[in-house]
Write a protein that binds this ligand. Structure first.
Ligand SMILES: [Zn+2]
Ligand SMILES: [Zn+2]
Ligand SMILES: [Zn+2]
Length: 163
């Protein structure tokens, strides 16, 4: 795993946010899409930490800032960010996580820390080919894959009270 995929190792998080916003601007420009103010701010709020953010939390934050935070507006912004690959939905938490490699196609697999609730992307795309191959053997058409592993992240493991 690269340094920036390890959220807790005392990293410079403003760097994560900057990179994510730059990538978003670039991808939208390439695809002829507009990163409107509300889309951009939603992305930024989701990137505030490596803990996934729920739609209602996002809605409340946008409302506080005076955005049009009617649910349809917020859901449309989330749909846009999801379709653009800029965020992922973490199903078991019903919340959204910024993607650090939005510039390349990949499946979102997650490592979820039970303690600090940070979520890391599990960058192991071989899983996809194995799953697809096994599913095909059973003549099963795979449409979505949700792989969310829970446990303790390296920071929580190290700082856990010994006995
Ligand atoms: Zn970060
Ligand atoms: Zn991702
Ligand atoms: Zn943790």
């Amino acid at each position: 795993m690269s340094e920036e995929q390890r959220p807790q190792s005392g990293h410079n998080h403003s760097h994560c946010i900057e990179t994510a916003l730059d990538t978003a601007e670039q991808l939208c420009a390439e695809q002829g899409q507009r990163l409107t103010k509300v889309r951009r701010r939603a992305l930024e709020l989701i990137w505030e930490s490596h803990r996934p953010l729920g739609a209602y939390q996002l809605l409340a934050k946008l409302a506080e800032e005076g955005f049009n935070s009617a649910p349809p507006t917020v859901y449309r912004a989330l749909d846009f960010l999801l379709a653009a690959g800029l965020i992922h939905k973490v199903e078991s938490m019903n919340a959204f996580l910024g993607c650090a490699h939005a510039d390349r196609a990949h499946k979102g697999y997650f490592l979820i820390c039970d303690d600090c609730h940070n979520v890391m992307e599990f960058d192991y795309q071989d899983i996809h080919s194995s799953l697809a191959a096994r599913a095909a053997e059973q003549n099963f058409e795979l449409r979505s894959e949700t792989i969310e592993l829970t446990g303790l992240c390296s920071t929580c493991k190290d700082t856990g009270a010994p006995e």
